[in-house]
Design a protein around this ligand. Structure first.
Ligand SMILES: [Fe+2]
Length: 348
């Protein structure tokens, strides 16, 4: 079966048909004690002829095939899925994910709307133009935050679009506006269901491009858990292309690695000349040989399992070969790994 047949076969097998049809469909399963299985991946950065691996839809197809093989109830991409949605091949890529038989959800990243308006990307991702939304599924509440706003002046919040934030020198970036913070509090505090919160940028990192007002957001989580222990259980982010698990205030924070590469900045010339010619962005990056994803299983009783994945370095080139640091600014190692874990949280 070639790629086109594989894609059309997956779509024909039963499109989800939008988010509303998918929501709540496993609520009775949750009541019966059945866990929820979610395929999680991030930062696939689909873009033709530039980034490492990023023009290869087979990376997404392989992750979707894993989700199907492991009978996942849903999928969620943690942002920087692509760099724009308006070109025909970009539309085709979004459609591939949106119309897959397993419902696929989106977290807005800083790059997803850099070639068009935020509204165009949010429409393509089937989310509100504000970028934040929530849904209940399988006995859990998924709360998707959007910190892709910058403050050119105090009190003014501008949504990222058409790379505007990159030109806003001196502005505070990655900010959750006050209205969204209020919405987060209203959605989380007192939630009847345990919550999984997602945002593209990290809500717990200290140094490497975190959410600027993450303290205020974590205060909401702690307020919810003080009122009803176990309300916020898991917080997931992408963006930094590294793998990390951290427990903070009895909440698991999962820093999800990129599906396909790490960006370093300084140029290298370690990849074959032919590859560099067709992927000019590769000179700033090191890639993986296979896409990374994690299968997350959530139980109502506090168990959380992550089945990760592992790849090799593209062309065998490791950070040390290109004079790149092994660890990022928060001391997290760059490598083609999403680690596995099996944890039980106790509340009360
Ligand atoms: Fe990002």
């Amino acid at each position: 079966m070639n790629r086109r047949e594989f894609i059309s076969g997956m779509v024909a097998a039963g499109a989800a048909g939008g988010l509303s049809a998918a929501e709540g469909s496993t609520a009775t399963d949750a009541a019966a004690g059945k866990p929820l299985k979610v395929c999680v991946f991030s930062d696939i950065h689909y873009e033709r002829g530039f980034w490492t691996n990023a023009d290869d839809p087979s990376f997404l197809e392989k992750i979707m095939a894993r989700a199907e093989r492991e009978s996942c109830d849903m999928m969620i991409q943690c942002g920087d899925f692509m760099h724009g949605v308006a070109k025909p091949w970009q539309k085709e890529f979004v459609k591939l994910y949106n119309e897959f038989m397993i419902p696929g959800y989106h977290v807005l990243g800083n790059h997803d709307q850099e070639q068009n308006s935020a509204k165009e990307t949010c429409d393509a991702y089937r989310i509100a133009t504000s970028g934040h939304y929530s849904f209940d599924r399988g006995g859990f509440r998924f709360v998707i935050a959007d910190p892709n706003y910058f403050c050119p002046e105090p009190g003014k919040y501008v949504h990222y679009e058409r790379s505007n934030y990159a030109r806003a020198h001196g502005a505070t970036t990655n900010v959750i506006p006050p209205e969204e913070l209020e919405w987060l509090r209203a959605t989380i505090v007192g939630s009847p269901l345990p919550c999984v919160v997602l945002s593209h940028e990290s809500l717990e990192r200290g140094n490497y491009d975190p959410v600027a007002n993450s303290d205020a957001v974590r205060a909401v989580f702690n307020e919810a858990n003080a009122r009803k222990p176990g309300t916020v259980r898991l917080v997931i982010n992408g963006h930094t292309h590294n793998d990390n698990l951290r427990v903070l205030d009895n909440i698991l924070y999962w820093d999800v690695n990129s599906a396909n590469y790490q960006w370093f900045g300084p140029k290298h010339a370690k990849y074959p000349a032919e590859y560099m010619k067709t992927h000019p962005g590769a000179q700033y990056t090191l890639g993986w040989t296979e896409p990374l994803s994690g299968v997350l299983t959530l139980w109502q009783d506090g168990r959380i399992r992550i089945e990760g994945s592992k790849a090799d370095w593209l062309f065998g080139v490791k950070p040390a070969d290109a004079n790149y640091p092994k660890y990022d600014r928060d001391g997290r190692e760059t490598h083609p790994v999403i680690q596995s874990a099996d944890m039980t949280f106790h509340f009360g």
